[in-house]
Design a protein around this ligand. Structure first.
Ligand code: ADP
Length: 218
């Protein structure tokens, strides 16, 4: 059976989620207060509905409860985003993902029970900045304020050594959780695995440790 999602707010962020979910073969109900926006998605989403989602009876009438996962991508209008999240929670939607505009918005969303809060602009900024300061860091994903996962390109200094030789965990405190090698990915690589040219190391650790590893080991 296809997975069923609803996306509320069809701006750039919500719109791109709708398109990608459809590409991934999911069923998507696209919802916006603006009928122009809804018209744009009439031929893209499985269903497109014009509705003010701050109104609980409206949400019930469109059957929002039947969706296993609802995304709230209302941007500018923080009040509408919070009210919508609260209504979804009251109605009993199982999983709610909400886009936050700023830290206080995020705090409120967490307090009222949003399951996942995303900050696309902030997170993308962090990834791009990390990529800009280091040629070796290809991608950077924050897990918390302190810990992250980074994709780091192996260079000449590492090539030919095994993970035991490098003793990365003891020296830098980071763990190599996987190695991307062309199309393959070695998950939990063995200690005797030799690093090859073009390998991409996927490391997990604190931001400080990852940067130490990236500066000293490469
Ligand atoms: P982005 O920054 O991702 O482009 P926008 O703030 O431009 O986001 O878009 C948010 C969308 O949410 C708009 O299309 C707007 O019409 C919609 N929206 C705002 N308030 C409500 C509401 N109460 N109910 C449903 N949709 C809403």
């Amino acid at each position: 059976m296809k997975k069923e999602f609803a996306v509320i707010g069809l701006g750039r962020f919500g719109g791109s989620i709708v398109r990608e979910l459809i590409e991934l073969d999911a069923d998507v109900m696209a919802i916006d207060i603006s009928s122009e926006r809804v018209d744009e998605y009439a031929h893209i989403a499985t269903q497109a509905v014009a509705a003010d989602t701050t109104d609980e009876s409206v949400l019930r009438s469109i059957g929002i409860r039947n969706f296993e996962h609802v995304v709230v991508a209302i941007g500018e209008n923080i009040q509408a985003s919070i009210l919508t999240t609260l209504m979804l929670k009251e109605i009993g939607v199982k999983k709610i993902t909400v886009k936050a505009q700023n830290d206080s918005h995020e705090k409120v969303l967490r307090k009222i029970g949003a399951d996942q809060v995303v900050h696309p602009e902030r997170d993308m900024g962090i990834r791009i900045a990390n990529n800009m300061v280091s040629n070796n860091i290809l991608d950077y994903l924050e897990l918390s304020d302190e810990y992250s996962i980074a994709e780091i390109k192996a260079n000449d200094k590492l090539v030919g050594s095994t993970l035991i030789d490098l003793d990365i965990r003891a020296k830098y405190g980071v763990n190599i959780v996987a190695i991307k090698r062309g199309k393959h990915i070695l998950v939990s690589p063995q200690a005797i695995e030799k690093i090859r040219l073009e390998d991409i190391l996927i490391v997990i650790g604190s931001d400080e440790e990852i940067h130490k590893f990236e500066k000293k080991a490469l």
